[in-house]
Design a protein. Structure first.
Length: 402
């Protein structure tokens, strides 16, 4: 049961405050009235409660929403009502924050609200895509089917994220280990060797002198380099808040070798998949275009989609509007033209998404295959240079002794 904080009057000048347990807000008001009080204000306790923000256990992930969607679809398909299904999910959910949200949605639906309205009360958890598809499912009387589509969509997005993370995990680990190795050598090992070389008074080779200068620079000005790095990152992040500057930066990203093609096709795949899912779920074209454009992160591609939406509003067909877009490749436009003319736009967009996703997977494989040996060569070269530079004076001493 939910807990409600209430303020009520038991007489002209007698104000009562307290907490009461009830299934819904309406039930709480009824119970307060039965106690002989006149309710003035009734609010759920969680709205004033303190939720630990940094608790890992409380963080709601995309995986949590995927599981919730899939389980709710299964419960509805089995014949349970929406309220009964939400009751089951409330009881079995382990994360306190998610349970609070589910209890709020259950109360909203029990009080006569629609499910899409309950979802819209939590925009940070449920996206516009989610709410719009559920709304179309409610109108068509096929909520369980729409939820299954949403789960499939979320599952595909989750698989893509995991694939990219898996591809970058090993290179990232190598960079981190290599960086800390270099820091340890520059900050601790080389300064000790310098004192030994100074005591001997031997002339040092050029690579060793270069390494000693680099170590001194790191020890004396390392904090300045760190501060400057933080400032540069802060400035770049701040510049990205301006749409014009973000557009220039994102346009430059699309021109990069390999990476540009990867970004463009990943964005088009996400846009096409989202638009196909929304259209097949009964969401109107203009609303679907606006929502699909919001999932695109690259400003150059996003601006193209905004122009497509404007052209469609003015009466141009979707295929002709995409043909004018700069960032949409010819093969994408050709597939959209065929789908638009045959009346199977949703299927054509799905094929576009699959095709672009296949290219993205291939580029991820190529990128990983090239990046791993490149990092090994670079990091091995740097560390090797440092080790050899430290050993050269010792070799010279041995030769001098002989």
């Amino acid at each position: 049961m939910a807990r409600f904080i209430y303020k009520a009057k038991s007489g002209p000048n007698d104000l009562k405050e307290g907490v009461i347990e009830a299934e819904t807000k309406r039930s709480a008001i009824y119970k307060i009235s039965q106690m002989g009080y006149f309710p003035l204000d009734v609010e759920e306790q969680f709205r004033g409660a303190i939720v630990p923000i940094f608790s890992i256990k409380n963080r709601i992930t995309a995986r949590d929403i995927l599981l919730f969607t899939r389980q709710l679809a299964d419960l509805l398909s089995s014949g349970l009502t929406l309220v009964a299904s939400l009751n089951v999910l409330c009881r079995q959910t382990e994360k306190p924050k998610l349970r609070i949200i589910l209890e709020d949605m259950r109360g909203f639906v029990t009080d006569g609200g629609v499910f899409s309205g309950a979802l819209a009360r939590h925009p940070k958890i449920f996206s516009k895509i989610y709410v719009s598809m559920v709304k179309s499912g409610e109108a068509a009387g096929a909520l369980d089917e729409i939820l299954n589509r949403l789960a499939d969509y979320a599952d595909a997005e989750d698989q893509l994220r995991n694939k990219v993370r898996s591809a970058l995990a090993y290179p990232f680990l190598m960079i981190v280990v290599g960086f800390f190795t270099i820091v340890v050598l520059l900050a601790f090992v080389i300064p000790r060797l310098v004192s030994i070389f100074q005591d001997i008074g031997q002339e040092l080779p050029l690579p060793t002198l270069m390494l000693i200068k680099l170590s001194a620079l790191f020890l004396n000005y390392g904090w300045i380099i760190l501060v400057l790095s933080v400032v540069v990152i802060f400035v770049i992040k701040r510049q990205q808040k301006s749409k014009e500057r973000k557009f220039i930066l994102d346009s430059f990203k699309l021109k990069l070798f390999v990476a540009g093609d990867f970004i463009k096709k990943a964005e088009i795949a996400r846009f096409a998949k989202t638009l196909s899912t929304l259209l097949s779920s009964g969401v109107p074209m203009l609303e679907a275009l606006k929502i699909s454009g919001s999932v695109v992160e690259n400003e150059a591609v996003s601006r193209d989609i905004e122009n497509i939406t404007t052209d469609v509003i003015s009466g141009l067909s979707f295929s002709k509007a995409t043909a004018k877009a700069e960032q949409f490749p010819d093969f994408v436009n050709n597939m959209i033209v065929v789908g638009d003319e045959s009346g199977n736009l949703e299927k054509a967009l799905l094929k576009v998404s699959v095709s672009c996703q296949r290219d993205v997977d291939r580029l991820v494989g190529v990128f990983t295959a090239v990046l791993e040996p490149l990092i090994i060569i670079v990091m091995g070269g740097v560390v090797g240079f440092m080790v050899i530079s430290m050993l050269l004076p010792i070799f010279q001493m041995n030769l001098t002794v002989r």
